[in-house]
Design a protein around this ligand. Structure first.
Ligand code: PLP
Length: 396
């Protein structure tokens, strides 16, 4: 079979199963009131939780930095791509998260790959929650050091199972437990304090991916570590991204001097890639300042979350136990989830239908995400549209 015939057959199958993905083209800045496929809509699907992606002060910092640094970084951090802006951002991130040191990665996906790549050798073992983000799963699957038997997965937030796995492992030299702090498609939290204790008891290292907690959790937005007072000893490997609540791009890992230096020396997704543009680093410094100083953004988010949950519960919608800005409505079937998403779009509301393999089979859902930039009226409009859906009630 020719390349195209073979691929077309596969694509056709995806379409039939409502698993085909289509990109929408946006015009103008990323914000709540968005132009998507040339139509004006209210977006409930971005991860711009604090409403910073188009903040004027951050945009200004970015433009000024382009004047100072130009556009491209030109090379990897270890060659000549590590600018003063990058360095300052790393120092500020370490200080903000209460860690000794931090290192930037070009994306969160690469940071997660880099952690496993730099820390795990043959005979070591990685433990992960089954609902972890794909980048954590891939970090273990793509690692040449971990054979299949050295990558163990436990059912969602099941610490009894994690403890059994850790306790029965007498062979591994190094044990690394990796989890989403806030689960990206469910919005619930990992039981991080208990996980930390368990890791200490079993001599395992704890790594949390705080992509959805950084900027959102903690009084000053320093994430899950601040919210649950986990210092570097209790949470030795802290990772978060800069493209979500910070409204920028990139990611970082924070922890001890030895951890960060090991990542710089050994993590292939760090060593062999071009540094993010320095102007991005300078812009994110402004994001951090705003996130830290403007706690009202987190307070407003909490109010909107309450408003949405109360309204959705009154409509009898099936919500998950989430107190974060990720508020999925469980649907189950792929076709129904797609149909509802389309109906909402006709009402000018953008809510993505999340389907397998991003979530387990039979758990398709509408992933509603809220932002401090939403107004009460925006939430009201979403609730009104959900109330008018033409979907058999037994599905919801
Ligand atoms: C988005 C996300 C990532 C990937 O970060 P990028 O910077 O977008 O590559 C990693 N982990 C989790 C939990 C995420 O939600």
């Amino acid at each position: 079979m020719s390349l195209d015939d073979s691929l077309q057959a596969e694509l056709k199958r995806l379409k039939k199963q409502s698993l085909y993905r289509q990109r929408k083209i946006t015009d103008g800045p990323q914000q709540v009131h968005l132009i998507s496929n040339t139509k004006s809509v209210i977006s409930f699907c971005s991860n711009d939780y604090l409403g910073l992606a188009n903040h004027p002060d951050i945009a200004k910092a970015f433009k000024n930095a382009v004047n100072d640094y130009g556009v491209g970084s030109g090379s990897a951090h270890l060659v000549s791509g590590h600018s003063r802006a990058h360095h300052q951002l790393e120092e500020t991130l370490a200080e903000y998260t209460g860690r000794s040191r931090a290192v930037l990665f070009s994306t969160g996906y690469m940071a997660n790959l880099g952690i496993v790549n730099a820390l795990m050798n043959k005979g070591d073992c990685v433990y992960q929650d089954k609902l972890n983000h794909a980048s954590l799963i891939d970090a273990a699957l793509l690692s040449s050091a971990l054979s299949a038997s050295r990558f163990k997965r436990y059912s969602h937030n099941n610490l009894t199972r994690l403890e059994q796995l850790l306790a029965s492992d007498h062979q591994s030299q190094r044990k690394l437990v990796m989890s989403d702090a806030v689960f990206s498609m469910d919005g619930d939290l990992a039981p991080v304090r208990q996980m930390s204790q368990l890791c200490q008891q079993h001599n395992a290292w704890l790594m949390l991916d705080d992509a959805h907690g950084f900027g959102v959790l903690g009084q000053h937005g320093a994430g899950v570590a601040e919210e649950f007072a986990l210092d570097q000893q209790h949470l030795p490997i802290y990772m978060a991204t800069l493209g979500k609540a910070m409204g920028g791009f990139g990611a970082f890992v924070a922890g001890s001097e030895a951890l960060i230096e090991t990542l710089i020396q050994k993590a292939r997704p760090y060593v062999y890639t071009t540094a993010m543009p320095p102007a991005i680093a300078q812009a994110v410094l402004m994001s951090l300042k705003i996130s830290r100083e403007q706690s009202w953004r987190r307070e407003k988010l909490q109010q909107l979350i309450k408003q949405f949950r109360m309204g959705a519960q009154q409509l009898g919608l099936s919500l998950l136990a989430s107190q974060t800005p990720i508020q999925p409505i469980m649907i189950g079937d792929n076709h129904t989830a797609m149909a509802i998403s389309k109906q909402l779009e006709q009402h000018g509301l953008l809510v993505t239908a999340i389907r397998p393999p991003t979530v387990p089979q039979g758990t398709a859902r509408l992933r509603v995400t809220l932002s401090a930039a939403h107004s009460e009226a925006d939430i009201e409009q979403l609730l009104n549209a959900l109330a008018m859906l033409k979907i058999p009630q037994d599905v919801l």
